[in-house]
Design a protein around this ligand. Sequence first.
Ligand SMILES: NC(=O)c1ccc[n+]([C@@H]2O[C@H](COP(=O)([O-])OP(=O)(O)OC[C@H]3O[C@@H](n4cnc5c(N)ncnc54)[C@H](O)[C@@H]3O)[C@@H](O)[C@H]2O)c1
Length: 309
Amino acid sequence: MGRRKISVIGAGFVGATAAHWAAEKELGDVALVDILEGIPQGKALDLFEASPIEGFDAKVIGSNGYDETKNSDVVIVTSGVPRKPGMSREDLLETNKKIIESVVLQVVQRSPNAILIMVTNPLDTMTYLAYKRSGLPKQRVIGMAGILDTARFKAFIAMELGVSVEDIQALILGGHGDEMVPLPRYTTVSGIPLSQLLPKETIDRLVDRTRKGGGEIVNLLKTGSAFYAPSAAAIQMTEAILKDKKRILPCCVYLEGEYGLKDICFGVPVKLGEKGAEKVVELDLTEEEKKLVAKSAESVKKSIAELKI
Ligand SMILES: NC(=O)c1ccc[n+]([C@@H]2O[C@H](COP(=O)([O-])OP(=O)(O)OC[C@H]3O[C@@H](n4cnc5c(N)ncnc54)[C@H](O)[C@@H]3O)[C@@H](O)[C@H]2O)c1
């Protein structure tokens, strides 16, 4: 069996860093595509030249066209503009809509069997657009947001408690916006419920910081948005798919009645394996949690309506 193939569309901060993680983990050969002349080629060559030092075997090719993406197993879509301080993810909708429509068509023509991992914001809306335009089954168009949001929550808990990030399990539902729904009730440190380790006020503070986690980085960077953690999250999904790991991870998928929601792409726990999002895991939620989910879904629905498709 030859190597697997991962294409990354958009060779900016998130895309190039995703290519880096993918190659270094030897998940497969990597094709990096961008409209900017020389950028994907230069970054791909530079990354390949790191392989003798780091000792990974993966071909890395950069291109301004899509032929190099042919027969990809996974395509990570990061093309589009990121936000700047003062902007919401929704402010990116008009510009990124056009980019995603053209990219998805080109990708699917060359790789009809690929699984798409969407990263471009506004995430839930762009995942919905990609699902509708690609014609792929819903299991194969998956948005990355929940893993990132959950990682931020875990990182803040680890900092607060001074414990290893490895021991923290957490879960966040909902859209990738400030109305996401962190679930402290489903959060543990080595099996110990978070509520036994931290007072409610502290948990509320960490939840609030998580909700605004993307904005915190944007305000620090000033010229762009987060990319290390987002690209690592997209690669965790890629690895779960290529290795058929059947991991349960929060991802944005098209819902048809789960959680009482229909015709929306929304963050829920899914089983990730070789077929993509193989199953949606439904949780028992309290009335309060259900209300928060409904509120988050309402803002995603509003954004989807703005696509006018
Ligand atoms: N889902 C998430 O959690 C999450 C996290 C971080 C960033 N993002 C989003 O990911 C996207 C990329 O962020 P970034 O920091 O890498 O931005 P960036 O500006 O560094 O990179 C985007 C790249 O896309 C390229 N591009 C634009 N139009 C294209 C087209 N038609 N075809 C191919 N490439 C094209 C640009 O030339 C640029 O190199 C943004 O929309 C950002 O908001 C999402």
